[in-house]
Design a protein around this ligand. Sequence first.
Ligand code: ADP
Ligand code: MG
Length: 293
Amino acid sequence: AIPLVVAISTTLAARNGLLVRDRRGLEEARNLDIVVFDKTGTLTLGEHRVVETVAAESIRPDEALRLAAAVERDSEHPIAQALLRSAEACGLDVPKAERFESMPGRGVRAQIGARALLVGGPALLEREGIDAAPMLREAAERFGAAGSAAIWLAEKGVALAVFAVADAIRPESRDAVARLQEAGVEVAMLTGDSQPVADHVARELGIGKVFAQVLPEEKAERIKALQAEGRRVAMVGDGVNDAPALATADVGVAIGAGTDVAVEAGDVVLVRSDPRDVARIIALSRASYGKML
Ligand code: ADP
Ligand code: MG
């Protein structure tokens, strides 16, 4: 039989917008001392927009956007969607791509007609040894400082253009962080995005610990490293990339609007997709089970 205290707490949880998938997660939540948030789609809305394009002298900016959108056509990444929407909004005819290949946490590659093209972030640029003109590098730096991701288009080892892709912070995120800190819980951010963009968001939200440029397969390792330091860790995420980290954490919290894979890996699901509800999980757990045994 389900003990009375548990039956009461799951009912209370449901009333607070929380779906408890594994009761042990709710029970463990009272002992947490650090909550690690994924950035994109969790602390931010994940609704990316292209806000600026800087192209090399060899190509027109709208041609660069058209090619980048074509390469991203078969990608489900929010950055890909932003490039496609932006190309469409400019009335550009986006051609079909061939030999599309996705490189998780880095970017994508595809063939457009006779051209073999790459689109991706700084990690891709580095791994492929892409050469970028100073003008493009300066633009990328400026984008990062303003909190936008720098996304590159490259061909034959040379950068053709860099796009500023912006993603708005969820209005509830600041409060979500403050409530956890008031409850005596440290807040950290874990993201595949670049250091400057991650730092920008962290500064806006008052987050002190930032793990940036973490590849999808390394996210769970980061959680394990914290646990090895004796920390009791919650992970909050929305993406396919976050699923192993959600499963590894002492308490996995999935954003309701996130991918099915993330939701299935979580102990608790935030039905309202409101990051402030993480503090409710802890308060409810402390009230139901008592703090620290
Ligand atoms: P996050 O952890 O923030 O959800 P991801 O692991 O999905 O991010 O991606 C990390 C980085 O890899 C992105 O910030 C971007 O630079 C690059 N990237 C990944 N997929 C794509 C793509 N389809 N197009 C362009 N860049 C991409
Ligand atoms: Mg995400």
